[in-house]
Design a binder for this molecule. Structure first.
Ligand SMILES: Nc1nc2c(c(=O)[nH]1)N[C@H]1C(S)=C(S)[C@@H](COP(=O)(O)O)O[C@H]1N2
Ligand SMILES: [Mo]
Length: 198
């Protein structure tokens, strides 16, 4: 199986591999606003809505059939830890966007999740091949506390921009703010600029 190494994206942001104010950990801490939600593979549904040509819904089986790839990425949490060399397998954001067909007036994206979490990003921050809908971590199903069955990773942003337990993507014609973005975390979240709080 081929693994694409995306641990060099810090160069795009003129930064070191370890962003300022971060320390490297070999552990993978769990950070959730509440408890880990239950999910049922039979009834799980993922929806793509908003300013698209085709609104889509996927069953777990159908989502698993989408073309996926494996990447090595670094993970930066706003609370100060970074984990290097995470192996994530999943579907790229552009792959999904292409299936839905974006209208010309899309500028922003809102992700939603089984635990009621939401997070937002400008479209251009999503249309990168390193923004993944992840279902495997280090070759195994994504652990439930880390967002299984499906989560988003955003290696160019602090990790709160990556929704665990994601089950919806909405394409927006105007910016909106998600759960932490309304509660004082930075809307832009660039780790190499230490955009932690707003
Ligand atoms: N659905 C959901 N996604 C979420 C969160 C959450 O509480 N709910 N927490 C966010 C935060 S603040 C961080 S730092 C990362 C943590 O991911 P981890 O628990 O796998 O380390 O998930 C992000 N995604
Ligand atoms: Mo976080």
């Amino acid at each position: 199986m081929s693994v694409t190494d995306r641990t060099n994206i810090h160069r795009e942001f003129d930064g070191e591999r370890l962003p300022p104010g971060q320390r490297e950990t070999s552990k993978f801490p769990v950070l959730s606003k509440g408890s880990t939600p239950e999910w049922d593979p039979e009834s799980w549904e993922f929806s793509v809505t908003g300013a698209v040509e085709n609104e889509l819904t996927f069953s777990w089986e159908a989502f698993r059939d989408l073309p996926s790839e494996t990447q090595k990425q670094d993970f930066h949490c706003v609370t100060g830890w970074s984990k290097f060399d995470c192996e994530f397998t999943g579907v790229t954001f552009p792959t999904l966007a292409e299936r839905a067909g974006l209208r010309d007036d899309v500028v922003h994206v809102m992700f939603s999740a089984l635990d009621g979490y939401t997070t937002n990003l400008p479209l251009e921050d999503c249309m990168r091949d390193d923004v993944l809908f992840v279902r495997e971590y280090d070759g195994d199903s994504l652990p439930r506390e880390h967002g299984g069955p499906l989560r988003v990773v955003t290696p160019h942003k602090y990790a709160y921009k990556g929704s665990k337990w994601v089950n919806g993507v909405e394409f927006l014609t105007e910016p909106e703010r998600g759960y932490w973005e309304k509660r004082g975390y930075s809307n832009t979240a660039n780790p190499w600029n230490e955009e932690r709080y707003s």
